[in-house]
Design a protein around this ligand. Structure first.
Ligand code: UD1
Ligand code: UDP
Length: 381
């Protein structure tokens, strides 16, 4: 069976690691994978580092599209992916998540009648001003096999008219819905224990283990709006100063490039002079999971980092107006604080004083194996 896998943005490369590993270890000789990198992320610390560290085969094709406006970027990817598909003609086209690379892949494949496999299907924020919400809805509705990480995702699809009891043979008009668990959890299970042996980032950054806040910010409605970005960074400064907490922020290049222009000048100066708040370049996956594992609390607007906070049983402040990972909030392990300085501060006080519980919601760490098995069972003759 031939599959083409599309990656482009950092989290997709990380998710692809789990799928490629499952193919390599359990389905060698049965599934032949061609990896196509759109080039959406291209800095070494946003792309190559993950191929090296997570032992992903080098992409067979890199379209090198790079950054551009949504329309231009997606259009160039669509053209490039179509050309690859015409040559390879795979049995399935696999896409992950909700980026422009996901949308371009789904559109290219669906128009060529190649069955789309959407991994991380069914998630919704119910906020269509997010580019990701448009991407994931379009992708789910173009897919033949939908692998859904959570029960909330299954309910979302049901509300949109997907039939949960559809029977094979599956097609774009009769898609199959599978509750697979979360493929990112597979990586955590695989790399969680290896991480300590492979990195000394906690010592290198001179962090007090289990006594620092980890933060990531990159959502466009946080980076592009001065009041929101300023409120988030002001809250971090206030918590750091009042509680003597170190805060470490591996900063996405989108945010780094906008920080000086978009932060209120006084907050920019305070952050850059702070001895407690440390802005560092993006780190590798192994380094990131070590930072997560040893943090006291995580503040983030990232989809992946929200889940990883839960995997590591860390209290989470969500710097967004809503989340797709509703179970985290329903279980009380995370608080939606949006980009409000007061709400972030209050969430910190609440979460650090409360005993939290983390019932399993993201599967058993074998999502990729389940996905491979299901693909083999559903290959059309
Ligand atoms: C994209 C995804 C988002 C995902 C995120 C993961 C879309 C619409 N958004 O957002 O869903 O959460 O990736 O990280 O697909 N840049 C660099 N170097 C790079 C990559 C980007 O400097 O290697 C800078 C460029 O200035 C670029 C900006 O970051 O314009 C935004 O990059 P882009 O890929 O368009 O969107 P992200 O914000 O990364
Ligand atoms: N991540 C990383 N280095 C960093 C920041 C994040 O390896 O400096 C990892 C993180 O552990 C998670 C994934 O990147 O696995 C999340 O990607 P990101 O936040 O860019 O995107 P999102 O999940 O929001 O789409």
């Amino acid at each position: 069976m031939k599959i083409v896998t599309i990656v482009g943005a950092r989290p997709q490369i990380i998710k692809a690691a789990a799928l490629s590993r499952a193919i390599r270890t359990n389905y060698q000789g049965q599934i032949q994978e061609t990896i196509v990198h759109t080039g959406q992320h291209y800095d070494a610390n946003m792309s190559q580092v993950f191929f090296d560290e997570l032992e992903i085969p080098a992409p067979d094709i890199n379209l090198n599209i790079g950054s551009a406006s949504h329309g231009k970027q997606t259009a160039q990817m669509l053209k490039g992916i179509e050309e690859v598909l015409l040559k390879v003609m795979p049995d399935f086209l696999v896409v992950f998540g909700d980026t422009n690379s996901t949308l371009a892949g789904a559109l290219a494949g669906a128009k060529m009648h190649i069955p789309i496999v959407h991994i991380e299907a069914g998630l919704r924020s119910y906020n269509k001003s997010m580019p990701e919400e448009i991407n994931r809805i379009m992708c789910d509705h173009s897919s033949t096999l939908l692998f859904v990480p959570t029960k909330a995702g299954i309910r979302n699809l049901e509300k949109e008219g997907f039939r949960l009891n559809a029977k094979a043979p599956f097609t774009i008009d009769n898609p199959g819905i599978f509750h697979s668990g979360d493929i990112m959890f597979d990586n955590l299970v695989h790399f969680g224990n290896l991480a300590e042996q492979r990195s000394d980032i906690i010592q290198k950054l001179d962090l007090n283990p289990n006594n620092f806040i980890l933060c990531t910010i990159h959502r466009d409605n946080n980076t592009d709006i001065q009041e929101r970005l300023t409120a988030i960074f002001s809250a971090m400064l206030k918590i750091a100063n009042e509680h003597g907490q170190q805060v470490v922020i591996p900063l996405h290049p989108r945010t780094s490039k906008l920080l000086k222009d978009k932060l209120a000048p006084a907050v920019y100066t305070a952050i850059t002079n702070s001895k407690l708040v440390r802005i560092i370049p993006p780190v590798s996956y192994i380094e990131m999971i070590l930072l997560e594992k040893h943090s006291t609390l995580i503040l983030s607007d990232s989809g992946g980092v929200q889940k990883e906070a839960y995997f590591f049983h860390k209290p989470l402040i969500i710097a967004r107006p809503e989340t797709e990972w509703v179970e985290i909030v329903e279980n009380g392990a995370g608080v939606i604080a949006d980009a409000s300085e007061q709400r972030i501060y209050d969430a910190y006080s609440h979460l650090t004083k409360t005993a939290l519980s983390f019932p399993p919601v993201f599967g058993n760490g074998r999502a990729a194996i389940f996905i491979c098995k299901t693909l083999l069972e559903n290959k059309q003759l």
